[in-house]
Structures are given as structure tokens and as C-alpha cells.
Ligand binder design. Sequence first.
Ligand code: ATP
Ligand code: MG
Ligand code: MG
Length: 554
Amino acid sequence: EEKRSLNFIEQIIEEDLKNDYKKEDLQFRFPPEPNGYLHIGHASSICLNFGLGEKYNAPVNLRFDDTNPIKEEQEYVDAIKSDVVWLGFKWARECYASDYFQQLYDWAVMMIKNGDAYVDSQPSAAIAAQKGTPTQPGTNSPYRDRSVDENLELFEKMKNGETKEGEHVLRAKIDMAAKNMLMRDPVMYRTLHRKHHRTGNDWMIYPLYDWAHGQSDYIESVSHSFCTLEFLPHRELYNWFLEKVSSAEDFRPKQREFARRNLSHTIVSKRKLLHLVEKGIVKSWDDPRMPTISGLRRRGYTPQSIRKFAEIIGIAKRENIVDVSLLEFCIREDLNKTAPRVMAVLDPVKLVITNYPEDKEEWLEAENNPEDENAGSRELPFSKELYIEQEDFKEEANRKFFRLTLGKEVRLKNAYIIKGESVIKNDAGEIVEIHCTYDPKSRSGSGTEESMRKVKGTLHWVSAKHAIQAEVRLYDRLFSVESPDADKEKDFLDFLNPESLKVVTAYLEPGLKNVEPGDKFQFQRLGYFNVDKESTQDHLVFNRTVTLRDSWGG
Ligand code: ATP
Ligand code: MG
Ligand code: MG
């Protein structure tokens, strides 16, 4: 293992190991709510929890926090599982908060009997109005002193769906004057006449987060329950509930907090991402512009690059925004070592070599990956008519333009040195063909004096008659500002980047005709590209993962 200093979460664990915990006590969980697809923020939490599991050789559960049937679906459960697997982690047990509904109910009944919970029959607005303020105590509900028997009877009716939605809630009886507003008789259960994706119509009451989460941790014997900082004020309530359901000698989980991770030029909130999908702003949860794990996968990100990213940003105590260029750096680093280099022309213009024989064709050797000596080489067809990028030619240019101009020389990668001679234009004045001559002795790797000649600029190209076509989807950042949802007064949709997707028809070297979805390449001088899941042999589709360099600057 790499030597680095312990992060503050590891320090907490080390401290606990010195005091009251044994190594075999350690157990963690990753607890997603199945109300959307996982995003890059979740990747941090996954890497934290499963990383601790690996470090301490401790079990890590995948726990679905499925207590809200309004927003949760089996589709999300399935997607979450496959994303965690894809990232390369194995959970010890697959758990569901909904599996504990009976236990939670039994504990709630016990709390009613002990005078620790009561049924409140006020509308939610009245309950909210009695909450008080941080400086003003709240007001007791008129139902706070209901008899145990009446509470038990009403609670059972709620459970069976014999009361209306919104008519009653079950509240913990704590202290309406508590400093911590969350301790002012928090709601434990609400009535929802909804079908749950796992429990069906068995339950017509559903526990709230605070009541379900800590108890789920306790049932599973989780030692450390890591959550994001906004739950810090919930810790007191987390502990209060645990004291009610367990005894002092019991092994109790501890809630500890770390900072939520935000990524620039995107949003990391399932609710807002769902909005993008529902409004049709992106095509799906796995649209390659989405910061979801599945979107990143389709974009061409590897599990290694995402784990590396999570490792570099580490764990923090304070919220901040991580620039997306760091994520891009991680995928470039990874693909630079592994992705075969190929030639592709995205915005073609015809190049005719006037002194190259009409019917001749040759196959030129090209190295597959200079960063990987085992990657070998392949042969590329070369002929009289080629395609190059439009932006690689200017009729006239200043001395800093190291590409093709009239009267100047450049090298065609893995091929010959050519010299721009003339252009043919259409009626609109656009260049339709560039004519050039080549130096037959200058072939790359031929060992001649001419082949060693240094010219400024090397261009990629494909042979026109051999090239195959592909749809290439050029993705860019979804939002044009750093934090689209930072200003609560504004609508994050106002900051969409209108150029986040551009589709072009590209010409590729013919060896790419048999690619499969998920194959990754470097299109030389352009960037890294991933074969999309919609790609077929008859209609190839590539997604641009990332350009070769950060073109946004800064
Ligand atoms: P969202 O607002 O996107 O729904 P959430 O926190 O409600 O986020 P959960 O499904 O409850 O989503 O999250 C599962 C775990 O992932 C939790 O422990 C949560 O704290 C953590 N998590 C979620 N978002 C981030 C983030 N941006 N950075 C770090 N951890 C996160
Ligand atoms: Mg949550
Ligand atoms: Mg949420």
C-alpha cells in the first residue's frame, strides 16, 4: 500500500481501535436511496466505505435506504448494484431498510408503551407552526399526552391503512424546548397509502430517515455510519433513538460526518438529475453528459480513473467544488497508457497528391501505442486521395501555424512529407480540394535521409477510398458555469451549455470496422473516444470522452 498520512476518518477509526473497538468490530455500509442513479459524488462515498473495508479487512454492506415509496423504484436498485460492481467493489451483504419494517414497527410500539412516542393528529402545517425557532422553544401538541392505549390503537389503524394520509403521524416524545430543533418531537412515521417496490401493500406507514437509518445500522452491527455533513445535527437524534432501542452494553454504531463532494460545471443531486431526464434535456440517466456513474461509463471513463479521482480528492471536513478538469486529467492519464492510437478525421477536406500514381496503394506501418511496448503495430492504407481536417489547412498563415499551407511542407503521420500546391474552390468560395505533392523518398521509418528530415507539423489523415464512416458524438460540459446550482434564486437550467453535444460524421481508418461497444481509442491529435452502446457494425457510433488537452483553460 502507498504511504500516505491517515485521513481524518481513518484517524477516528484508529482512535476507536485504541479505545473501545476491536478490529473484528469494524463494519461499514454504503446506503443509497434508490430514487435515482448514482453520481460522481456517490463514488466518493463508495470509495470511502469500501476503501475502509479493504484497508481494515472489514465487511461493507450495500444498504438500500428504501423508506420512501413515492420516489423509489426497482430500476434504480438494479442500476445502483451494477454501478458498484462496475467500480470494482464487492459488498458483504445486500440489505434493505424495508426488510426491517417489522422490527422498526415493534420498536415503535415499545416506545409508545414506554411513553417515548405518541400519535399526533394535527395537520402537518400545525405541527410545523409549533416547532418554534432556534431561539424560541416550540409548543407542545395537544395530543402529546394521549394515553398509551389510544396511541397503540391509532398507530395500528395507521399501519393497516384505516386512517387517511396526512391524518396522523407518530412522533417521538423528546423535548419541544430542545436547543437542537431536530429533537423537538421529530416525526417517526407518516401514513402513505402507496405500494412499495419490495413490500407491496404490506405497509401503509413508512418510517422517516432518522428513525430508519440508525436502527438499520444497529440491526446490521455497523460500527461506523459515515454520512455527509448536513447530518451532523441529526447525530443527537441518531443516538437518542439508539438509546431507546438498545441497552448500554450493546454494541452501538457511531454516526460520523464528512463533506459532500461537488464537481464543477455539473450538478450532483439525484433530484436535479432526474429533472434533466424528465424534461428531455438529456436523453437518459446514462447520457454521456451526465455526471452519473453510468453516464461516465458510457462516455468512456474507466473504473480506475474514477477511483483514482476519488483517491486524489480524498476526504474533507469542509465542502468545496472540485474542478472537472481533475476528473478529465484522471481519465487522460489512464487512457494514455491503454488506448490504441488510431487515425480519424472529424471535419474532412479532400487532399489530392498530384504526383502520386493513380492506381497505387500501399500499406504503411503504424505503432499502436508509443506508451505501451506490447501494443504492437498495424498497417494503414495510403493512396492518392486522402482526407485531412479542414482546420489543418490554411491557404496562407503566419509562422506559428505548423500545419499545411501553400508552399510549405508538413509530414503526414506514418507516411510522407507533402507540400501544399493549390486549391480548388466551389462557387461559394469554399475549398473543396487541396492539391499537394509528396516526396517519395520521405516515407516514415524507411531510413532514408529524406525520411529523417525535420518539418514543422505532423497531420493525421485517412485514405479516402479505404476510410469507413462513423457517427461521432462530441460531448462537452453540460453547464457553462462552475456551479450552476449555487445561487438558490436562479434556475440551474439557465446555465446549460448549448454546445454540450455536437454530432458529426467522421472518416476512420478501416481497421476500426469491427469495434465493439466499450472499446476505447485515442483519435490522434483529437482526443479519446469510446464506442457507444448504440454502435453496430452497420452504424458505428463513438463518444468523445475527453480532448487531449484541457481546452477550457485554467
Ligand atoms: P442526492 O441528493 O444526490 O440524492 P443523497 O445524499 O440524498 O444525494 P443517498 O442515496 O442518500 O443520496 O446517498 C448515499 C450515500 O452517498 C450517503 O451516505 C451520502 O451521504 C453519500 N453522498 C451522496 N452525495 C454525495 C456527494 N456529493 N459527496 C459525497 N458523498 C455523497
Ligand atoms: Mg439521502
Ligand atoms: Mg437525496
